[in-house]
Design a protein around this ligand. Sequence first.
Ligand SMILES: *Cc1c(COP(=O)(O)O)cnc(C)c1O
Length: 428
Amino acid sequence: MNFTSTRGNTPSTAIDEALVAGLAPDGGLYVPESVPLLQLQPGATLADTAHAALASYFEDSSLHGSLAAICEHAYSFAAPLRPMSGEGDYLLELFHGPTAAFKDYAARFLAESLSRLRDDGAAPTTILVATSGDTGAAVAAAFHRRPGFEVVILYPEGRVSPRQAHGLECWGDNVRTYRVAGSFDDCQRLAKQALSDESLRQSMSLSSANSISLGRLLPQVGYYAHAALTYHAQHGQALNFIVPTGNLGNACAAFLARRMGVPVGDLVLASNANDVLPRYFAGEDYAPQTTRATLANAMDVGAPSNFERLRHWHDSDMELRAAMRAQAVYDSTITATIRDAPQRHGVVPCPHTATGLHVLEGIRTQGDRRPWAVVSTAHPAKFESIVEPLVGHAVEPPPELARTLSWPASAESLAVDYAALRERLLRR
Ligand SMILES: *Cc1c(COP(=O)(O)O)cnc(C)c1O
């Protein structure tokens, strides 16, 4: 299977090249030339299900023979579908990885794939990531001490939770972290400027690992396939999903899983005050906005990159609007939802998961009795400064997160100044 660009001006490309390139040369996003319809069997492990779901995308890849091992590595921790207190209400817990957010699965898949695609003896590759909080930690954890790779993280100072900041700063070795005196948009602009700086790229091998990369998108299909197939085998029904959404990577994977024949029912996107998707799905034109800071900071995206993929997969706005819907959940509602969740649902959610829980509450109020899973994108202990005062008790970090929290942390401050970033990138 080959890959083309959403913008249509890139020749058909093999997956290995698309994985290494990240963005297509015409500025678009790589998409498979066709979406395979698969007959996946329930009963397999998460890693084996992911392998079966991804195999046809990798049939011509040099990674084909090692895909099972790559999946074993990326999916080495569970993604349980946990029943909540309401009938037919589930939480799909994707936070059992090293940095307690769903991005661990795809970051580990990408790191393992890129390691195997590297020529021995090639100059080290620097992975440059701008992060609103979770991507940077997942990428750092996945590439930490990986031979041939360095990681440079840019994050907006003061806009992440204390534990998120620690998770960005605690790695050392081949990971360098910069606290940027600006917003996430500023970080992203700096990273994009470096990635398109031809003279810089002649002096060093620079790459990105953001959520538009195929190596981040495709592996996310694995946990939807596993959860929906398992549910369907036990209950004979499709499972419907609510996906807390920012850049639309995770939700795109849920959509792709459904296109591939996985028994995924309805899809609802939960957004925060960055409501560009809810506005679009309600019938307005697609209109990117400047980012607004919210309590669900990993969803603070004003121009969701993966929207381009969704548009590519549908012939018209009408068809896309029929495929899913979206709802905005504002900070005051996030707060109330976290506060009431232990009693109402029997769980303590992170602020992102809370947007999804609120959407579920609306669906139940309307009388919908079908099974729904809210995708729990991060562990609440990562957002302790928001969650603990609302639920009135300490939220213990899971063991993997607790381990890195005991490590020392350090970062360097950086102004929003491309020359300063460039100089630091070249310093090593
Ligand atoms: C990244 C992230 C999201 C948003 O995911 P997208 O793939 O960008 O839509 C939601 N919640 C958490 C905790 C995240 O880290």
